[in-house]
Design a protein around this ligand. Structure first.
Ligand code: AMP
Ligand code: ZN
Length: 141
């Protein structure tokens, strides 16, 4: 546990939350500032800041919980869809430095947009740049 981490304090029970799911490795609770009714956060109980810091078994546990909870959240608020996403790292807008997946219920009239709408101009990448990037990712994985 990281003493100054708000989500570690929720896991420890020092800060209240509206818990919707818990197992040995994962906690899920309602977001305190919801983007939609049912907006849920899914976190590993252990403190890891970003995806790169998260061990594979904890990542599997988090995804298993997301898989279980996404249809449950949608059903609870009668949503036909949801945006499931991680702000991964400060530059990507992550404000709480403890990995968390968002499940945000979506409705046809909610005025929200797809994740693609977060970005402005798209990079114009040549074939050889794409090939180099693909190789670099493959080598790093
Ligand atoms: P992010 O910007 O991805 O780091 O998202 C952090 C999320 O945590 C935001 O949606 C906040 O509303 C939410 N949040 C912050 N503090 C709490 C809290 N004490 N209980 C529940 N949700 C929280
Ligand atoms: Zn933490």
């Amino acid at each position: 546990m990281m003493d100054d981490c708000i989500f570690c304090q929720i896991v420890a029970g020092d800060i209240p939350s509206r818990t919707v799911y818990e197992d040995d490795a994962v906690l899920a609770f309602l977001d305190a500032n919801p983007l939609a009714p049912g907006h849920t956060l899914v976190i590993p109980k252990a403190h890891h800041e970003t995806m790169a810091d998260l061990p594979e078994d904890a990542a599997s546990d988090v995804f298993a919980a997301l898989h279980r909870l996404t249809p449950a959240v949608e059903a609870a608020v009668d949503a036909p869809a949801s945006t499931v996403a991680f702000n991964n790292g400060e530059e990507a807008g992550q404000e709480v430095p403890h990995v968390h997946g968002h499940i945000v219920p979506r409705f046809s009239d909610d005025g929200g947009r797809p994740i693609h709408a977060l970005f402005g101009d798209r990079p114009d990448l040549a074939d050889d740049e794409l090939a180099d990037i693909a190789t670099a990712i493959e080598d790093a994985a």
